[in-house]
Design a binder for this molecule. Structure first.
Ligand code: XIL
Length: 376
């Protein structure tokens, strides 16, 4: 009796711990035999992807193709500061650690995005508890803390995101509680605070729809105003959330050329090509194609169109490589794209170069082909 009991007692913990080891074992790393985007575009621009501390297969894909990363959500105000006295650094720290371990340039995103403050901020504005001076002081403190914490590792910041109004109207800034309260001062002071917190960091202004002349005119007005106030902006982020049915490449080219001519290097900060169409300009959320269902598999015809679209886009970016410092994809693969949940929740989208199994799509090979074309 005694010996067999001993075996059970010893045996169980061994089985148990083996099980734990198996459960914790990471998936086998994926070997990427395809050429790396960061290598083929080495002479042109940095290649980035956005993600919050990616895991396993997505981490391998990102490491193979990118030399820059933008934390997708973990550095946003609402994520870092869910309530007035709570700082939640975990997500951002993990992404910064991942980036540092893998030698990726980090683009901090974003110090101020008035449209996405925490609900408690908007409640305090509504109740009158937060007046303009207090709001600007809160912003300064926020920037000091965030830039200060990552000063040694994050040297590029999207300082202000999406401040400008859309459409042909007379409005200058996008209306929401924060910008209605603070006016353009919040943009000016955000850059001043970031500069004080890290005099050496590269400070960017980032927005969408800069391909539209109305919005671009507001951008140039904002940059001129900042310059008049002695505030240096080191570059402009064109988000680049494009639509396959209307790529607007000529408009994008005009934006790159004009912004650069005004003295600002361009970063394409959030590139993806939506295979469905939505409204444009001031009405981006209107659904035009795809309904709520979308395609689980991208039809052959759209796959080919996507490849041609990406090819044409990269041909344009290579042509203007002297003006474009970085091209960052918004997310890593189709499965992680935010467009699976916006503007329709739970609709499968296919906007990137890698599919849901992290495999290169025809669009990827088209982009590689462009990289190898002789420079015109
Ligand atoms: C998106 C994220 O990808 C989503 O996960 C989140 O729910 C909403 O924000 N413009 C920006 C990005 O500047 O921060 C947004 O990211 C996409 C649009």
């Amino acid at each position: 009796m005694k010996p067999s009991l001993k075996i059970i007692v010893i045996g169980l913990p061994i089985l148990f711990s083996m099980d734990l080891i198996l459960a914790a074992k990471p998936e086998a790393p994926v070997v990427h035999a395809e050429p790396a985007l960061k290598d083929v575009f080495k002479k042109h621009f940095l290649i980035g992807m956005s993600a919050d501390h990616p895991q396993q297969r997505r981490a391998s894909l990102l490491r193979h193709h990118a030399n820059a990363i933008t934390p997708e959500n973990g550095m946003k105000f609402y994520s870092l500061r869910p309530s007035p006295d709570v700082w939640n650094w975990e997500k951002a720290d993990r992404t910064v650690d991942f980036a540092t371990a893998n030698d990726l340039k980090i683009v901090g995103h974003t110090l101020v995005w008035c449209y996405r403050m925490s609900p408690w901020v908007n409640e305090r504005i509504a109740s009158g508890e937060l007046d303009k001076a207090a709001a600007l002081a809160l912003q300064d403190e926020h920037i000091r803390q965030v830039v200060g914490r990552y000063k040694d590792r994050v040297k590029t910041w999207d300082v202000v995101n999406e401040a400008l109004a859309d459409g042909p109207g007379p409005e200058f800034l996008r209306s929401d509680p924060w910008s209605d309260l603070c006016g353009v001062e919040y943009v000016v002071e955000a850059f001043q605070s970031a500069r004080r917190a890290d005099p050496e960091a590269k400070l960017l202004y980032n927005d969408y729809n800069l391909e539209f002349p109305d919005k671009r005119a507001r951008l140039l007005r904002l940059l001129a105003l900042l310059e008049e106030r002695g505030v240096r902006v080191d570059g402009v982020g064109i988000q680049g959330h494009m639509q396959l049915s209307r790529l607007r490449l000529a408009e994008l080219e005009a934006a790159i050329v004009e912004i650069h001519a005004a003295g600002y290097p361009v970063h394409l900060t959030e590139l993806d090509i939506d295979v469905y169409s939505r409204g444009e300009g001031a009405d981006v959320q209107r659904i035009e194609t795809g309904g709520d269902a979308g395609y689980a598999e991208l039809p052959e015809e759209l796959q080919t169109q996507l490849a041609a679209g990406y090819g044409a886009l990269f041909r344009l970016l290579v042509k203007h490589a002297d003006k474009v410092e970085r091209v960052t994809f918004w997310n890593v693969d189709d499965g992680s794209s935010w467009l699976n949940n916006w503007p329709v929740k739970g609709r499968e989208n296919h906007p990137l170069l890698f599919d849901r199994a992290q495999q290169p799509k025809p669009a990827f090979w088209e982009v590689i082909r462009v990289a190898k074309e002789p420079i015109p």
